[in-house]
Design a protein around this ligand. Structure first.
Ligand SMILES: NC(=O)c1ccc[n+]([C@@H]2O[C@H](COP(=O)([O-])OP(=O)(O)OC[C@H]3O[C@@H](n4cnc5c(N)ncnc54)[C@H](OP(=O)(O)O)[C@@H]3O)[C@@H](O)[C@H]2O)c1
Length: 270
């Protein structure tokens, strides 16, 4: 299908729940048609139906495991099949892993690296040239405040988010003047099942930093992305933390992060 005949959509990964679903709602409320991607078809179907009923926008879904090369490739095939092009790409799907690095499973570590870094790189590389040739659209990458410092006991996760921040800021520079935007969103802890999935829901960092609702986070991400802000950190405390993290020496920060992230039996973690 010729590019001019395709319909623009916002392609959001990890959109069946959590922040991805809240972002999908935010884009839909302002009239953007969607292509939602996650692994589980049933939750995608449910999300798509609710968003369509609430907003009337067209919502397509595609079930794929983005931690695989085939999964990323299949997203582009789905766009073609539906007759769509990605006006906006939101690289949101991401997983965490807690505990000492040497106790993390090798397969789990590789899955994290593949989803949090390789898929972001792969999908961005696949859709960005089209955006540049159309002179419109953009990429919103979801990182984390954790990307601003090394995170002992969530080492691979924090490192993966540092990659996302670095990649995004560099690409934002490269696309300057093309009318295409690249932004990175770096929230603190959010109220989702993310922490539970890595058995970290009772860890000190959650209580220390507090959690933000996904609705509040998604509003901030959407509004500032559309305004062209390159780096978006939601909330006053997180914004101040991000500034501090940029200037404090790692000799102080790394032990502090280790104190926040270390697993403790008394915190309810067996
Ligand atoms: N929660 C936080 O405190 C927090 C803080 C800062 C940054 N973040 C970042 O925000 C993003 C979203 O986090 P969240 O808390 O909303 O996560 P979440 O609630 O755990 O949701 C994860 C989403 O990603 C999908 N997903 C997981 N593995 C996938 C895979 N291999 N392929 C495709 N989709 C996959 C899940 O659906 P399926 O399981 O059906 O695939 C789900 O839709 C992540 O990048 C995370 O690192 C989160």
């Amino acid at each position: 299908m010729a590019e001019r005949d395709t319909v623009p959509v916002t392609l959001i990964t990890g959109a069946s729940e959590g922040l991805g679903l809240a972002l999908a709602r935010e884009f839909a409320h302002t009239g953007h048609a969607l292509l939602l991607v996650a692994r589980t078809r049933s939750t995608l179907e449910e999300a798509a139906q609710k968003i369509n009923q609430a907003t009337g926008v067209e919502v397509h879904i595609h079930a794929a495991d983005l931690s695989t090369r085939e999964g990323c490739k299949s997203v582009v095939a789905a766009l073609d099949e539906y007759g769509l092009h990605a006006e906006y790409l939101v690289n949101n799907a991401g997983i965490g892993l807690s505990g000492p690095f040497v106790e993390n499973g090798s397969d789990d570590l590789m899955r994290l690296a593949d989803l949090n870094m390789r898929a972001v790189t792969d999908l961005t590389r696949r859709v960005l040239p089209g955006m540049i040739s159309r002179s419109s659209g953009g990429v919103l990458n979801i990182a984390s405040l954790g990307g601003y410092l090394p995170g002992p006991f969530q080492a691979a996760y924090y490192a993966s988010k540092a990659y996302v921040i670095s990649l995004s800021e560099a690409l934002a520079y490269e696309v300057a003047g093309t009318n295409v935007r690249v932004s990175v969103f770096a929230p603190g802890p959010l109220k989702t099942r993310f922490h539970e999935r890595m058995d970290a829901q009772n860890d000190i960092y959650i209580r220390f930093m507090g959690v933000m609702s996904v609705e509040q986070a998604a509003k901030s991400a959407y509004k500032n992305f559309m305004r062209g802000r390159k780096v978006i950190v939601p909330g006053l405390i997180n914004t101040m933390s991000a500034q501090m993290l940029r200037i404090l020496p790692h000799t102080l920060l790394v032990p502090f992060a280790a104190w926040l992230l270390r697993r403790r039996e008394s915190a309810g973690n067996a």
